[in-house]
Design a protein around this ligand. Sequence first.
Ligand code: NAG
Ligand code: NAG
Ligand code: NAG
Length: 407
Amino acid sequence: MQHRRKAASAPAPAAAKQAPPRRPSAPLSVAGLVVCIFLVATFLYSEVKPASSPSSSSSSSSSTTTSSSGGSDLPLPLETTEAAAGGGDGGGANGRDLQEASPHHPDLVEQQEDQHLEHQEEDEVEEETRTSKSGSHEQQQQQRKEEEEKNKAVVRLPAGCELYKGRWTFDAAGEQVPLYKESECEFLTEQVTCMRNGRRDDSYQRWRWQPDGCDLPRFDARLLLERLRNKRLMFVGDSLNRNQWESMVCLVQSVVPRGQKTLQKFVNNGSLNVFTAHEYNATVEFYWAPFLVQSNSDNPQVHSVMDRVIAWRAIAKHAKNWKGVDYLIFNTYIWWLNTFEMKVVKGGGRHHQDPDLQQGGWSKYALVDRPIAYREVLKTWAKWVDRHIDPNKTTVFFMGVSPNHVV
Ligand SMILES: *[C@@H]1O[C@H](CO)[C@@H](O)[C@H](O)[C@H]1NC(C)=O
Ligand SMILES: *[C@@H]1O[C@H](CO)[C@@H](O)[C@H](O)[C@H]1NC(C)=O
Ligand SMILES: *[C@@H]1O[C@H](CO)[C@@H](O)[C@H](O)[C@H]1NC(C)=O
């Protein structure tokens, strides 16, 4: 953190809505955004799953998927988020490097091994055969089909392929990128629709990540959704991770027909946004927790707070919403760029003291150097991960630095 360039000027929260002038690094940043998602996505389908998955017994033969997970079947109209484009203040860093650390990262080298896709559900045609009767012949046939499906839902990378070492390449011909067009994704918020906001040059979408020793397979939304069948993928963090979430939603939504996908914002009036691909019973979610730990800026809609104060030991209130998720991608970044010192509430929120409920609330705080505060927050977070995450079920990523935004 301490190496990051500070924003030259103080943040201007309620800036005008127009697209800001771009610096030369902007194209990279936006492309980086897509690629970050892509790396996570690639990881998702090439991931090795333990054989002991909860439902290989598949009681889900009655997968009446459309009505499975509540929620209305109609896409909700998009609300503009961010009362005052709040998340985007400050950042002057150019987020070129993608760093991912994952405490529970299966060995990438093993990717070529045979893999188990845990939930093998059939499409409707196969369902019919299944319900008719289950003679041994049909069982065999079904098994074969499951095998085929399994193979389809796996991306094989050359052994030893190191996804994280590589470079950005400009795909001038647009052969592999962009992976989606802004105009084709109804779920983007106004804040991130560069073209609609008046940007003329779309070359920023032509960057792609090229690993040094191998090629990335082309992104395939169906494959990803197959891997996410009956699962939850959640981004947790600040507005940069929300961008990643929006990109991920756009990456997968194109293969889901209308009426089969919904986006619910501020679920239960809270910090959670959920995109659901109903046919797959899969969700791609975003949980707003800009510091991961509790802060006085946790209201997902009104968070342009003058004095941002954190409680560096208090995480339970947010974290209870992360339990049971299959893939968690955390970040906390952009709001650390604003000041050299962080305001840490007195007591730090220890012993489950929720500052929201304490006398004095957030008004009593100490100033702490950023690197120290950041370390303490990560400690709180890592402890929570160690105690509450079952590595057999959940894969955890931490996004260290990611492409920034300026509004
Ligand atoms: C849908 O997915 C959730 C997890 O996201 C799971 O708990 C539930 O059992 C799934 N429903 C069906 C019908 O498989
Ligand atoms: C949601 O929160 C807003 C703002 O805090 C409040 O005005 C509204 O009544 C809440 N809605 C529900 C359904 O609780
Ligand atoms: C995870 O799975 C392995 C092998 O199946 C097992 O030995 C281990 O106890 C499991 N860990 C947890 C925390 O359930």
